[in-house]
Design a protein around this ligand. Structure first.
Ligand SMILES: Nc1ncnc2c1ncn2[C@@H]1O[C@H](COP(=O)(O)OP(=O)(O)OP(=O)(O)O)[C@@H](O)[C@H]1O
Ligand SMILES: [Mg+2]
Length: 320
């Protein structure tokens, strides 16, 4: 559905916003595009839409080259920008009708889609109110409805949960998840939990570079470590020193005054490690307040990938 080859965008003299990106998004997937602020997500989406032209490389969508002139391709695409600014004096009804007209829909097509969409984004009670009085969540939902008015095969959502409270986030994610399974959805976010919840595949971008692309499952497997969180009472210094010396302990991080996160070699026997650690707790005369285990979350996996990439970037920088 989407393919980029060495896609690059340089702003001004030397700001490389998108760096040699090779992306592939299969039809029917919900593809999460994950990266911190300023990593190049919005720039990539604008390139994929043909809104800006690449400095180098190509974009193909629906198997065809995307350029500024590809309005026929864009007819089959929906786009929700981050915090969309919609006409303040219009109402959901007049706004959706207006967007439908831009797509060349007939009056009867517009009317039937409009009423369905307004209902599906839960704006029926406010269908005739002016947009200027809407909350961020309502504007996002209306923006989503507008992005769907042409019944697109491909949908770009640029941080659809930006600025929403937990409830707004949940309902927006539910909406996206509930969309027609035939649609291909490309959704950017810096919120890992959101991507983890609704996406099947993920691309991670850092400083314009794609540092991971693949299924979320594979990503978690790729970087699997187990973490034990211990809450302890007493002087932890000797314990930390001794625990670090254990063969199956990969890393220890202190979390506040009482907690430690101990990363365990995923190949080691959890039971043996646990026994060793608990043995050390009593040896160091500490009180064990609580112990929790968790597989590494997508968040840890993401941060770890970023750290690895940063370390590589550092090595690149010092290479002669
Ligand atoms: N039109 C522009 N002119 C110059 N620089 C730009 C332009 N658009 C983006 N940039 C720069 O390109 C880089 C990537 O920006 P981009 O908006 O794509 O990031 P992002 O991942 O969407 O960030 P955020 O999470 O904050 O939305 C940034 O350094 C930004 O300052
Ligand atoms: Mg952005």
């Amino acid at each position: 559905m989407i393919e980029t080859v060495n896609l690059t965008k340089i702003f001004g003299q030397n700001l490389i916003a998108v760096n040699n990106l090779n992306l592939e998004v299969q039809t029917g997937t919900i593809y999460g595009f994950l990266g911190p602020n300023g990593s190049g997500k919005t720039t990539t989406i604008r390139l994929l839409l043909g809104m800006i032209s690449p400095s180098a490389g190509d974009v193909r969508v629906f198997g065809e080259k995307m350029t500024a002139d590809s309005s026929e391709l864009r007819r089959r695409i929906g786009y929700l920008p981050t915090n969309p600014r919609l006409m303040p004096r219009m109402t959901p009804i007049t706004y959706l009708d207006f967007v439908g007209k831009l797509f060349g829909l007939t009056k009867s097509q517009r009317t039937s889609r409009l009423s369905k969409l307004i209902r599906s984004v839960d704006l029926l009670p406010s269908a005739s109110r002016e947009i200027k009085d809407f909350s961020t969540g309502m504007v996002t939902r209306l923006g989503l409805a507008a992005a769907l008015i042409n019944d697109p095969d491909l949908l770009f959502l640029d941080e659809p949960t930006a600025g929403l409270d937990p409830n707004g986030r949940k309902s927006t994610l539910n909406l996206i998840e509930g969309l027609d399974v035939e649609k291909t959805i490309f959704v950017s976010s810096h919120i890992l939990g959101d991507i983890d919840r609704i996406c099947t595949h993920v691309g991670i971008i850092s400083e314009g570079r794609l540092i991971y692309s693949g299924s979320i499952k594979e990503m978690k497997k790729h970087i699997k470590t187990n973490v034990l969180r211990l809450e302890l009472d007493g002087d932890m210094n000797i314990f930390i020193e001794k625990a670090r010396a254990l063969q199956s302990v990969i890393n220890i991080e202190q979390r506040g005054n009482f907690a430690l996160d101990i990363s365990i070699d995923p190949d080691a026997s959890a039971l043996v490690v646990l026994q060793e650690i608990i043995g050390l707790v009593s040896e160091c005369s500490l009180d064990l307040i609580s112990i929790n285990s968790s597989n590494s979350s997508i968040e840890d996996a993401f941060l770890k990938l970023l750290e690895e990439e940063e370390a590589r970037g550092f090595l690149r920088a010092i290479e002669p």
